[in-house]
Design a protein around this ligand. Structure first.
Ligand code: PLP
Length: 398
């Protein structure tokens, strides 16, 4: 599909560039369906369907038991196919990090999307206002001018959004730094007829980095006690504010059980990785990077998957079904020091557990879905954009 074909899209065509991308991926990788794992070209991102299903079931049960809703963070997977499965399993919608991810989710039929990140800059704000026509778009804000800028764009494009006030609960990233600041932001949102104030977002990311489990419990509870008190303050003035959205995989069983929390944003539980595996037991690794041993010199082996294929944030990659942890990763090499008894030979394939799944997936075009050691389907990983002209033109004309 050439760019010129995007010039005059019809109202229904705004999502076409995203659908075209899916076709391109199937054209490029479709002949892998039916292949055995050992016949895939490495490095390849592979997903064990059985383990994935178990992980989804475990999280679904946990949120149901806690009587809250799940809005999984899908920046982790950048796959609309997986989002659909999560929604079928009971998720109320999805969380994303960018408006482009929101567009992809709406295009695939997801009806409710939370952008758990600030949207700043006129061009992105205009796109946000256009994307908001295609589903229930929930945004987060922490700045008065930004609220007005978004409200103006919504007015210009004739759309509406729901809004969560972003509250800093100790991570010191984005978010209002005090209850009074949060209330001031809430008042400002409520002054705009095209914005519906629905509550607060209080992501306690600092707790995910706390290795001591007891300390994590107390940090996360402290963060949610504070968030609960801020929501109460806002709700006293704005009764439409009823949502407290928070939590990640590392705190799903703490934040998720806190009485003030209404919605859990955990995402990595679907795949797991070395980092999250060290934090919470019970979920299994479903996503790995299939790689080939390209060299062995005495007790050192080299794999063909380096940091351009596997995310190494927060923890080094490991070889599945072993205790082996990478000693170093270059762009296209991972180095492991093995025992003399370990029978790795040049040409063998191994499965690498990523250090961090959310920065692994985006390094690949496609996730190979595996069952009984065979590829049963492809799930395109949607690209970083879509900032291409075709998409923006299509959106403009929608
Ligand atoms: C705002 C927000 N919510 C939720 C999450 C989900 O965390 P996880 O992937 O660890 O489940 C993240 C992760 O960075 C986040 O930034």
């Amino acid at each position: 599909m050439s760019q010129s074909e995007y010039q005059t899209p019809s109202k229904q065509d705004w999502a076409k560039p995203l659908q075209d991308y899916r076709e391109v991926i199937f054209q490029q990788y479709g002949d892998n369906i039916g292949k055995k794992l050992c016949d895939l070209v490495t490095p390849a991102l592979i997903l064990d369907r059985r383990v994935l299903t178990q992980n989804i079931k475990k999280m679904t049960t946990a949120v149901a038991d806690a009587n809250i809703v799940l809005r999984p963070h899908t920046k982790v997977q950048k796959s609309t196919d997986l989002a659909q499965i999560q929604i079928e399993a009971g998720a109320v919608g999805v969380t994303v990090s960018t408006i482009w991810e929101a567009a992809a989710m709406f295009a695939s039929g997801v009806h409710s999307v939370l952008v758990a990140n600030l949207v700043v800059g006129q061009s992105k704000i205009d796109s946000l206002a256009l994307i908001a026509k295609h589903g229930e778009l929930i945004i987060t804000v922490d700045n008065l001018q930004n609220i007005d800028d978004i409200a103006n764009a919504l007015k210009k494009h004739g759309s509406k959004v729901s809004v969560l006030i972003d509250l800093d609960v100790g991570m010191e990233r984005c978010g209002a730094r005090s209850s009074q600041e949060a209330l001031r932001l809430a008042d400002q949102v409520a002054s705009h007829p095209n914005m519906l104030l629905i509550g607060i977002q209080a992501y306690e990311g600092h707790c995910m980095l706390e290795p001591d489990p007891d300390m994590r419990v107390s940090l996360a509870n402290k963060a949610m006690n504070y968030a609960g008190s801020v929501l109460e303050l806002i709700a006293a003035n704005h009764p439409s504010a009823i949502v407290l959205s928070a939590g990640g995989t590392g705190t799903y069983n703490i934040t998720g059980k806190h009485p003030a929390v209404t919605e859990l944003q955990a995402g990595s539980y679907v795949f797991m990785d070395s980092f999250h595996g060290n934090l919470v037991p019970g979920f299994e690794i479903s996503l790995t990077v299939l790689s080939t041993v390209t060299a062995r010199h005495e007790n050192r082996i080299i794999l063909d998957a380096g940091r351009k294929s596997v995310g190494i944030d927060f923890a080094p990659p490991k070889i599945k079904n072993s205790e082996l942890v990478a000693s170093f990763c270059a762009e296209e090499h991972a180095i492991f020091d093995v025992n003399s008894k370990d029978e790795f030979a040049v040409g063998d394939t191994v499965e690498l557990i990523s250090g961090y799944a959310p920065t692994t997936v985006n390094l690949h075009d496609v996730i190979f879905l595996i069952e009984d050691d065979k590829v049963v389907n492809l799930w395109p990983v949607f690209p970083r954009g879509p900032q291409d002209k075709g998409f923006l033109n299509a959106l403009q004309n929608s």
